[in-house]
Ligand binder design. Structure first.
Ligand code: FMN
Length: 244
């Protein structure tokens, strides 16, 4: 059953959302205070409410609080100060889990019977869309097919290669990562998304599934002294927005 905030609450919701978004900054220095597991779990529950392509949820998270592992991760993160946090969450995108995810959607469908259209979609349409075949050979065929069909009518042109599957997974996972940051912010914890790390060494520290893409490591904690390095800077909105 879907729930929508009553209209009278909307102004308050907008205000809370604004303050949450505006208060989030990339924090580079944290205190040693641990983040409770209950908070971490709730934030992850909120993060996975993010939308994902065909609801296939191509993400996973490694939650690291173990001091030895944290120390190793700091090294993996090139010694940067944000990585000296009491909690680091590795956010991974999975281009190859779509098949299992299709089965899981049908297995976990939240109604007594799976609607026919849903069943058909996850058994036929989704596999057609996402199966790129061995070394991407199917994707190659699909690209030619799409080119022909596309001459006459609109057609979805991606993902039709292994590389496009990587982008496909990263798109949805990045949305979950942003929700995760805002969730921690709502609990009073700050974050720093980090892509400054050595992916190869990361895989030596954490048991990362073959084919998974670590899109960012998220440092989380209570801000320490001089935790924010620079004032906020954003380009003028009109530079990046076109109105039609
Ligand atoms: C994908 C991504 C990777 C980032 N990597 C790092 C990083 O490795 N180290 C770091 O200190 N900040 C990192 N940042 C934080 C950005 O530098 C920061 O978000 C940006 O300067 C804007 O500042 P604000 O988030 O405080 O508004 C990263 C941000 C994103 C979205």
């Amino acid at each position: 059953m879907s729930t929508v905030a009553p209209r009278t609450d909307l102004a308050e919701c907008a205000e809370i959302f604004r303050s949450l978004v505006e208060s989030r900054r990339a924090v580079r220095r944290f205190t040693a205070e641990a983040v409770p597991d209950t908070v971490i779990r709730d934030c992850l529950e909120l993060a996975v409410l993010a939308p994902s392509s065909c609801n296939l949820q191509p993400w996973s998270f490694h939650v690291v609080r173990n001091p030895d592992l944290l120390q190793q991760l700091q090294h993996v993160c090139l010694g940067q100060s944000a990585a000296k946090a009491p909690l680091i969450i590795a956010v991974l995108a999975h281009p190859n889990t779509w098949k299992q995810a299709c089965a899981d959607v049908l297995r976990l469908w939240p109604e007594p019977a799976v609607p026919k259209a849903i069943d058909h979609f996850y058994k036929n349409s989704a596999p057609f869309q996402y199966n790129q075949g061995w070394m991407g050979w199917r994707g190659l065929l699909k690209r030619q097919m799409v080119r022909l069909i596309g001459l006459r009518s609109p057609v979805m042109r991606t993902p039709n290669s292994l590389e496009q599957m990587r982008l496909w997974a990263v798109k949805s996972t990045a949305l979950a990562a942003q929700s995760l940051m805002l969730a921690f912010q709502s609990y009073g914890y700050s974050t720093c998304p980090m892509e400054g790390f050595d992916e190869k060494r990361l895989k030596q520290v954490l048991p990362i599934q073959k084919g998974a893409i670590p899109i960012m490591l998220l440092a989380v904690g209570i801000p320490g002294e001089r935790a924010i390095y620079n004032p906020r800077l954003r380009f003028p909105l009109d530079q990046s927005v076109s109105w039609h």
